[in-house]
Design a protein around this ligand. Structure first.
Ligand code: HPA
Length: 246
């Protein structure tokens, strides 16, 4: 049986329309998840929701306990995990206001607890990460986006930086040279942990700003927030459509 989990990012503190039926404070071998996992019904489908940054506190990207978060959702029998990530746009088509369903990742993060492989199992966890996102889950999101007429990009390379500071213009030029279309801070190691733990994982990226050095205006949180609010509505519409087909 399939069960859907959703990890909300910046700007998605609650899953609107989710009728909460339970809240799970899961204990994990890796410590506490960001927050209790909410279990609820969305469009008649059981959904588990976790806000990655916690709330009301705000855990910065480099301090999120990604292992505990993904493990907690798995322990609640989640099989399919949709991540929501706020990102900056690098490529010309990745304009602020766009939703993107990325198909690749470049990981620039460091110092994060990034694997459940402790070496104690007697086997090495060399998971195949050639295609970091689950094909079927991506396809389902893409079909819903088309059916709902939601403006989106159907592919993109998600470069994940350490943060919490934003990038220098030269770092963004380097990322563009590496083939990155998007820059965020929370896509890894979440995606590879989901793979290690056997969960199907896909991401909905909300482009909330042009990446550093690509716009003559300074990057301000106020502009990012305004885009975020608009896109959060489209994300909700996309998730509602996904659930309706689930
Ligand atoms: N860089 C990194 N992470 C981000 C950005 C950005 O420009 N915008 C939103 N998250």
């Amino acid at each position: 049986m399939k069960t859907l989990g959703i990890i909300g990012g910046t700007g998605i503190d609650q899953l609107e329309g989710l009728e909460i039926v339970d809240s799970h404070a899961v204990e994990t071998p890796y410590g506490d998840p960001s927050r209790a996992v909410e279990e609820g019904m969305l469009g008649g489908v059981r959904v588990f929701f976790l806000q990655r940054h916690g709330s009301p506190k705000m855990i910065p990207p480099h301090l999120i306990n990604y292992r505990a978060n993904v493990w907690a959702l798995k322990s609640l029998q989640v099989t399919d995990l949709i991540a929501i990530n706020a990102v900056g746009g690098i490529s010309a088509t990745m304009r602020p206001g766009r939703l993107v369903i990325p198909d690749q990742i470049v990981d620039y993060t460091w110092g994060r607890a990034h694997t459940v492989d402790t070496g104690e199992e007697g086997t090495l966890l060399h998971v195949d990460f050639s295609d970091p996102y689950d094909h079927e889950l991506r396809e389902a999101l893409l079909q819903c986006a088309v059916a709902q007429n939601i403006a989106h990009e159907g592919a993109g390379v998600h470069g994940v930086m350490q943060g919490p500071r934003l990038e220098s213009a030269a770092e963004i030029r380097r990322m563009a040279g590496d083939g990155c279309d998007l820059v965020g801070m929370t896509g890894m190691p979440e995606a590879s942990l989901a793979r290690e733990l056997g969960l199907a994982y896909a991401s909905i990226c909300m482009v909330i700003n042009a990446a550093a050095g690509l716009d003559d205006k300074p990057l301000t949180l106020a502009v990012m927030r305004a885009n975020l609010l608009r896109e959060a509505a489209a994300v909700r519409q996309l998730i509602a459509a996904l659930v309706a087909d689930y």
